[in-house]
Structure formats: structure tokens, C-alpha cells
Design a protein around this ligand. Structure first.
Ligand code: FRU
Length: 496
């Protein structure tokens, strides 16, 4: 009886979470974290019956990855999330495994039902068996797995056993889904078409990785945007290019996608498995998992936040646009402005090699926007130092003439390390928008043309912000700083 087994597994998961509440400790102010346990990818993002629904890869029993469940939360503004009962738990022959479970997928609004399509992953020896499965709910809370599961049993011809993460949409009379697999050692996105969500036919490869773009792709998304189609993927073993977007044309008749432009979804290491949703304002919003990729060697992923009862958080939601040059742009959603508290503005500040104390910030959450006038600046570099305490600092160095931005976390804390590099286009001005929260920094460069996301775990909550220029003078033509409050400052709401 699948229903009975699943209901029991859900009950046990919710009990585990509740027994570990209340949440607290090292929680961010305005980034989503699971009430207890581990989280990775956002799943099934959907605007359904007036609310945003977020599902996510979740282990409700511990702060490490195992036994993947789908956690669930809902929100009216994409920022203030209310925890809901766990939506999917491993319970069936196709998804019951310690090193497996209910893997990533997507949601569909069928009016009277909310339907999930997800990957079930189990193991047979060294082999993984990944199949695609359906679960449905009448109330948007309790999900029942279909008796007819799996709805896609085998990988497509030529595909490997890695075959996962369906993202659904509808076009005309058909449903479509993109999934990832690997073929001949290269990541690919494959296309399926169905007359309904249970009967799928393989249609072919939508896009295959080029040399160096990864042996396996994960978490694909495919959607129309500003007159073109955009494909996004997370790439395994693709060097710095772990998150890619491709924009181009999709011929609905031939079902062929021809990319014209490509780029990185983010230039940082702590960003992965992003998924998008379309909301009632017709916005295409991208939400990433703030993956823990910048930890020092031998530091377990949950080390920085284990004591606080969780590991993993989401990145900021970003509204997407394609500009006329075919470049994908990322704007922090406008709802972010509702978090702004006290603000401060300065204009026309000349910087030289003498460090200048720009601000002393007591709160872990703040937003800082600055514009550098590159025409008037003679400096080679501008360095922003975020001094967490006398011994710990994060530095952001702008190489104005090389067009590089370097974020260094070697001295930030005891757990993260390394340099992240972003290459920007030199124009007459450089605009940066920085969002700090307790465990993260997200940088939006040049009106959202590029972003860089990073996790950081300094001990102290506040910081001093110092600025200086090297090799000449630099003009900071405007600077705004706002303290950001956040829905999670007083702990999450939950209706578990
Ligand atoms: C990406 C991913 C997905 C998979 C899930 C399992 O982070 O590996 O491909 O469905 O995580 O948790």
C-alpha cells in the first residue's frame, strides 16, 4: 500500500523535525534554511493558488546529505517562508534508499491538483537506478505517489544511469519535460513529450556539453524569455563553469534548440542547482542553492552550522531578463527593498592609498550599493575590506584596468577559503550591489549583468567596511547602505 507507507514516512520525518525545534543559532536573516537538517536543491518552485511554493532536497534526520525527502515551504513574497509538512519521503521500491531517495524535480498546477514529477533514486550495488515518478495533492500539502510509478522507467537510448531532475512545462496540447543525463561522457539535456504527465515519449537531445562543459549535467530548466528560449544547467566537473545558461531559438515544430549566446549563471563557487518559476506578475525568477563549495579541505559541509541544527540555504531570488545583446541579466527581486531599514548615502568620495572607514555595520544583514566612476579614476585597484574582527577579514579587490573582481576568503573565518574571480566589462562606470546576510555575500555587478555568490561564516555579527585605492585615485561617485531586516530574525514560522 504505497499511500500507507508514504504517510508513515512523512509522519516520521515531521516528528524528527519537530523534536529538534526551535530553530535558532546561526541562522541568516532573510535567506531560507530548513527548520532542521540538511537541504540542497530547490525543487518544484511554483506560484500556486496565490502563494509561492518551495520544495527542496532535504534530509530531516541529520545535517548531512542522505535519504532525500522533499521539504516544503510557502510564501507570499519569496522571502518570508512558512515551513509546511514534508511533502515527499522515500517509501517505495523506486525511491527508498539511504544513498538515494526522492531526488529533484518540478511541480505542475493542474487546477484542482498540484502535481510533482521527481526522480526516484535507489542503488543496486554500484549502480544507481533513477526513474521518474509522479505525486499529487488536492490540498497542496499532502502528496500521494501514483500507483503507476515510475512514469519514465529507463534512461533514453545512449543515456547513462544518471538520468534525473525533470522540469515540466506545457506548450499547446502537449506537456514537455527536460531532464539531464550523460552520453559518451558528456552532460546532456534530453527532451520528453507527453499527452499527460504520466505518458512520456522521448524526443531527443536538446543540448549536449562541449569539451570541458562537464561529464554530467544536473537540474535543467528551459523557458521562453524576452523573445528567445533559455536553457540553464548545473555542470559536474566543468571547472569554473558549474552553472551555465544558453539563450537561443527553439523551433516548436522540429523541437530543436539552437543557442546563440551563453554564460555563467553565477561566478562564485557557492551557487548550484538553480531552478526558475513564472509568477502571476509574469516574472521569471531564479532561485539557487547556496552550495557549500568553498570550504577548506577536510571541513565537513555541515561544520559551520551543525550546532544550529541545519546545513544549507537558498541564494537570493533573482528576476531574469535577456537584454538586446542576448545576455542574461539577474536582478534581486524588488521585494528585497521591503527589507530595508535605516539607510545612508554618500556621494563623490575620492579614494587613495590611505584606508578610509566607510561604515561600521552592527547588523549581519545589509545591502550596499556603490558606483565607481572609471573615467575619472586613475587607480589600478580599489580594495574593499570587510573587517569582521581585528583578525578576520574578507576582501574584495577591483582591478579597474584588468576588469577583474577578486573576492578573497582566506582570512574570513576558519572554514572557508580561496579566491573567486569575476571578469567584468570595463565601461565608464562600475556598479556593485552587495547583499550580506549572516552566512553569505551576494554581489550583483553592472546592473545584474553578472553575479558572484559566496558563503562566509565569520564569528562576529557586524563588521567595519574599509576602502582604499592603489596605484592612483578612484572616485566612488555614489554609495548607499541599508540595514536589512529579515523574516527569520525571530525564527521561522511553521505549521508542521
Ligand atoms: C544536484 C543533485 C541533483 C539530484 C539531487 C540529489 O545537487 O545532485 O542532480 O537530483 O542533487 O539530492
Amino acid at each position: 500500500m504505497p499511500q500507507r507507507q508514504h504517510a508513515a514516512a512523512i509522519r516520521a520525518a515531521n516528528e524528527s523535525i519537530i523534536s529538534h525545534l526551535p530553530r535558532g543559532g546561526r541562522r541568516p536573516l532573510y535567506h531560507f534554511t530548513p527548520p532542521f537538517g540538511w537541504m540542497n536543491d530547490p525543487n518544484g518552485l511554483i506560484f500556486y493558488k496565490g502563494q509561492y511554493h518551495l520544495f527542496y532536497q532535504h534530509n530531516p534526520y541529520a545535517t548531512h546529505w542522505a535519504r532525500m525527502h522533499w521539504g516544503h515551504a510557502a510564501s507570499r513574497d519569496l522571502l518570508d517562508w512558512t515551513d509546511l509538512p514534508v511533502a515527499l519521503a522515500p517509501s517505495e521500491i523506486y525511491d527508498l534508499a539511504t544513498f538515494g531517495g526522492c531526488y529533484s524535480g518540478s511541480a505542475w498546477d493542474a487546477g484542482d491538483e498540484l502535481i510533482l514529477l521527481y526522480t526516484g533514486c535507489v542503488r543496486r550495488g554500484e549502480e544507481e537506478i533513477q526513474t521518474q515518478n509522479i505525486a499529487r495533492s488536492k490540498d497542496g500539502l499532502r502528496f500521494t505517489k501514483d500507483e503507476g510509478n515510475p512514469v519514465i522507467v529507463n534512461p533514453p537510448p545512449g543515456g547513462s544511469m544518471h538520468f534525473r531532475d525533470p522540469k515540466i512545462w506545457r506548450q499547446g496540447e502537449y506537456f514537455y519535460a527536460v531532464l539531464c543525463t550523460s552520453m559518451a561522457g558528456r552532460g546532456c539535456v534530453v527532451l520528453y513529450r507527453g499527452v499527460d504527465l504520466s505518458n512520456w515519449a522521448y524526443r531527443g537531445v536538446l543540448l549536449e556539453a562541449k569539451e570541458g562543459e562537464g561529464w554530467m549535467w544536473e537540474c535543467p530548466d528551459f523557458f521562453p524569455l524576452d523573445g528567445q528560449y533559455v536553457l540553464t544547467v548545473s555542470a559536474m566537473a566543468a571547472g569554473d563553469e558549474t552553472n551555465l545558461w544558453f539563450a537561443g531559438s527553439f523551433d516548436e515544430k522540429t523541437e530543436r534548440f539552437i543557442p546563440h549566446t551563453r554564460g555563467k549563471l553565477d561566478w562564485g563557487r557557492d551557487f548550484y542547482a538553480a531552478q526558475t518559476l513564472l509568477d502571476d506578475k509574469n516574472r521569471r525568477v531564479l532561485i539557487p542553492w547556496a552550495a557549500q563549495r568553498s570550504l577548506r579541505e577536510n571541513v565537513p559541509a555541515d561544520a559551520p552550522t551543525k550546532e544550529s541544527g541545519f546545513c544549507g540555504q537558498l541564494g537570493l531570488p533573482r528576476a531574469l531578463h535577456l537584454d538586446t545583446g542576448g545576455q542574461l541579466r539577474f536582478q534581486p527581486i524588488e521585494e528585497m527593498q521591503t527589507l530595508r531599514g535605516e539607510g545612508r548615502r554618500e556621494e563623490w568620495l575620492w579614494l587613495d592609498e590611505r584606508p578610509y572607514l566607510l561604515a561600521r555595520q552592527d547588523s549581519a544583514g545589509f545591502e550596499m550599493n556603490c558606483t565607481f566612476d572609471l573615467d575619472k579614476s586613475t587607480a589600478d585597484t580599489v580594495t574593499l575590506t570587510f573587517l569582521h574582527d581585528p583578525l578576520h577579514r574578507t576582501t574584495l579587490t577591483l582591478h579597474l584596468k584588468l576588469g577583474q573582481l577578486l573576492l578573497c576568503r582566506d582570512g574570513t573565518d576558519d572554514v572557508t577559503q580561496g579566491l573567486d574571480r569575476l571578469e567584468f566589462h570595463q565601461q565608464n562606470r562600475l556598479r556593485l550591489q552587495l547583499f550580506f546576510d549572516r552566512n553569505s555575500l551576494e554581489i550583483f555587478v553592472s546592473e545584474g549583468l553578472q553575479t558572484l555568490s559566496a558563503n562566509l561564516f565569520p564569528q562576529s555579527v557586524g563588521m567595519e567596511i574599509w576602502l582604499c585605492a592603489g596605484g592612483g585615485r578612484a572616485l566612488l561617485s555614489d554609495f548607499d547602505l541599508w540595514t536589512l531586516g529579515g523574516p527569520f530574525g525571530d525564527g521561522n514560522q511553521n505549521t508542521l
